[in-house]
Design a protein around this ligand. Structure first.
Ligand code: S3P
Length: 172
């Protein structure tokens, strides 16, 4: 396997179900990059699931943990940082991401997203709107912020993970 060393981090952002986790797993295997799954790190440190953190401490508390983790990650390189779907919504977070990373936005249609998230029960933000209309509405609300944060945008509809990673590595 080719080993490629990036002297910066690749920061994956995008809506829930856009493929951040799948792409980061694949990239890390392909290029022996380190991988940080932000939700996972936060859940491990808090010893609580993401839905439990939301239910117990509220969204603001969770968002602050995201900000702190992004700052911590700046000392790294050659790391794929897979952000939670809301991490790029705060301007402060985006500024922190850009300090040592190329920000890659993964996108997909609401229909694709729905297919990918419909069986998951660990996304509190989708409670009460886990259908194509609800997803589409939330996506519209977030679109501008996602796009403003991105250095590169990659649409993932009808592409497999290999195709997405090849495109990413060429453009990053
Ligand atoms: C969120 C997305 C989730 C997780 C939390 C909030 C969001 O991450 O961080 O439930 O606001 O979009 P995934 O994008 O990995 O599902």
């Amino acid at each position: 396997q080719a080993r490629k060393l990036f002297d910066y981090n690749i920061v994956l952002i995008g809506f829930m179900g856009a493929g951040k986790t799948t792409v980061s797993d694949y990239l890390s295997t392909m290029f022996a990059m380190e991988i940080i799954e932000m939700d996972q790190v936060i859940a491990d440190r808090e010893e609580m699931s993401i839905p439990d953190i939301f239910a117990t401490y509220g969204e603001e508390y969770f968002r602050n943990l995201e900000t702190n983790l992004l700052i911590e990650m700046q000392s790294r390189k050659n790391t794929v940082i897979s952000c939670g779907g809301g991490a790029a919504l705060r301007e402060r977070n985006v500024a922190e991401m850009k300090k040592n990373g190329r920000v890659v936005l993964l996108t997909a249609s609401p229909e694709t997203i729905y297919e990918r998230v419909k069986d998951s029960d660990d996304r509190p933000v989708l409670n009460g709107r886990k259908n194509v209309e609800g997803i589409s509405e939330l996506m519209e609300q977030r679109r501008e912020k996602y796009e403003a944060a991105a250095d590169i945008v990659i649409n993932t509809d009808n592409k497999n993970v290999l195709q997405i990673c090849e495109e990413l590595v060429q453009r990053v």
